[in-house]
Design a protein around this ligand. Sequence first.
Ligand SMILES: [Zn+2]
Length: 326
Amino acid sequence: MRRVVIGFFVFMSIFAFRQQNIMANDQPELTPTERMNFYLRYADELVPWYYLAAIDQYERNIQQVRNDIEKHGGPLALHFSDEDWAGALNPLPQDNTVEAIAYFGGIGMDGDGDGIADKTNPDDVLYTLHTLLSAHGVSEDDFKMALEQIYEKEATVNQILAIATLYSRFETIELDEHRFPIPKGYNYTYRGTWGASRGWGGRRIHEGTDIFAGYGTPVMSASYGVIEVMGWNNYGGWRIGIRDNHNTYHYYAHLAYFNKDLKQGDVVEPGTVIGSVGSSGYGKEGTSGKFPPHLHYGVYKYNGRTEWAFDPYPALRLWERQDRQK
Ligand SMILES: [Zn+2]
C-alpha cells in the first residue's frame, strides 16, 4: 500500500524538475570528490550513487547552457519546483512541514533529520530524489521508467542514462579528459571553416570541422561516451554518434570502416579507435569517393529542449596541443 501511495506521488511529480521556481543560492562549487561523497551518503542497494549523480549532472549541464533557469552552486544542481515539493494543492507554496507536505501530495522529505523538509537543503533534496527513484524498483528498467515519468522526454532520458552508464563503468564523475580524434604520427590538415557554405556532408548542413587525412587513418573518440548511433546515413556515410557526460553528441562521419569490436550502446573513452578515415557518403549505402577522404567531426549540445550544433574547431586546437604535450 505504501508503495502505491508513493507511486502516486511520483506520478504527481511529472510536472517536473523542468518548470522550476528557483531561488538564487550562493553556495560555493564543490570539488568532484566532495560531490561524490555527497552522492555516496544517499546511495544504497536500492539506488546506486551513479543514478543520483547522473540526474544531478544532467541538471548541471542544462543550467550551463540555458538562460531561463538559475545556475546553482553547492553540492547539487538539482532543484524541485514549489508545486512538486510542497504539493500542487498546498496553500503554502514554501511549506516545509513534513506532515503537511505529505498531506498535500508533495514529494518533499526530510533527509538530514532536522524535522523540516527544506527544498533549499541539498540533503533533503537528495533524500527526496532517492525516495522517488526507489519507489520504482531497483533494475535499470525501473530507473528508466522513473526518468520517463519525471522528464517525459526521450532525449532527456537517454542523456541521463548515458551519463549513468559512464559513471557506473568508470566509477568516477571525473570524465573530462579529451583527445584529438586523429592519433599523433599521422598526417592531417584542418581549418576553422565554421559557417562555410562549402563542405562535405554534415549531419544536417555543414556543421562541423573537416579533418583531411589519408584513407585508413585511425579515428579515435575525442571523449568518454556511449555509442548512440552507428551505421549508414546518406550524407554522412558510415558514421558514429557518441553521447558524452556533458550533454554533448559527437558525430564522426565519412568513415571507411568501423572498429568491428564496437556496437551501438558500447562505452568508449578518449582514444578508443572507432573507425578509420574514408570518403563514404553522398549517396546510397556504400557510396564512396565523391570527395577527398576526411573525417567530418561535429558536436551538438542538448539543453533539455533541443539540440544545436556548435563549432568544434577551438576544442580541436586545444586537444591537439594537449596531446602533443603528453
Ligand atoms: Zn564536413
